[in-house]
Design a protein around this ligand. Structure first.
Ligand SMILES: CC(C)(COP(=O)(O)OP(=O)(O)OC[C@H]1O[C@@H](n2cnc3c(N)ncnc32)[C@H](O)[C@@H]1OP(=O)(O)O)[C@@H](O)C(=O)NCCC(=O)NCCS
Length: 161
């Protein structure tokens, strides 16, 4: 088994995305929402897998994903998730850097996302990639947590990851 990617995810990855979402995020989206994410041409969905270097994709295990929408010159990041058994190994940074780089190549000048104020791991990852808090949505999440709205400039100095 070797580390594969980052690669563009497709509708063939629907079941893997649902599985990873359930494991890492407790099932943020329904299969229908994932289908829309994977089929919409204005969305970028990237993944990192482990699997045989050659041969069918059936042997692959999706370990990390990052998705977002390109809206004019902005990347709106929607999901970043890493398999619980593979966290803190640099995969989250790698897949998010790849997403941001792809968006930059498509002409995006800045990126935005929403993150729960209590999610220290995600906040720390986003801060290391240049995201800064610009606003707050009070009681945005089901558990009553506030969401922080963050932005990062995309431009010269970006690393291809
Ligand atoms: C948040 C998440 C994507 C981070 O992915 P990851 O692969 O574990 O993170 P990385 O190994 O790439 O770490 C990159 C940086 O993020 C920060 N970080 C990651 N996990 C952290 C943790 N548990 N505590 C504090 N900082 C953390 C660190 O700054 C780290 O850099 P360092 O290792 O040099 O200190 C992952 O924990 C995850 O999937 N969490 C559940 C889903 C989620 O909350 N997604 C975000 C909202 S959609």
């Amino acid at each position: 088994m070797e580390a594969l990617g980052p690669r563009r995810l497709s509708i063939d990855d629907l079941a893997s995305c649902c599985d990873l979402d359930r494991l890492a995020l407790g099932g943020l989206w329904t299969p229908l929402q994932w289908r829309r994410e994977l089929e919409d041409p204005d969305r970028l969905c990237l993944g990192l897998s482990q699997g045989p270097r050659q041969g069918p994709r059936q042997g692959e295990v999706l370990e990390a994903l990052a998705t977002g929408s390109v809206i004019h010159d902005e990347l709106h990041v929607s999901v970043v998730a890493v398999h619980p058994e593979r966290q803190r190994l640099g995969l989250g940074r790698r897949v998010l850097e790849a997403l941001v780089w792809q968006a930059h190549l498509l002409g995006c000048r800045r990126a935005t996302l929403e993150v729960a104020e209590a999610n220290r791991a995600a906040l720390s990852l986003y801060a290391s990639l240049g995201f800064r808090t610009a606003g707050r949505r009070r009681s945005y999440y089901r558990n009553g947590d506030d969401a922080l709205i963050q932005w990062a400039p995309l431009g010269p100095g970006l690393d291809a990851g």
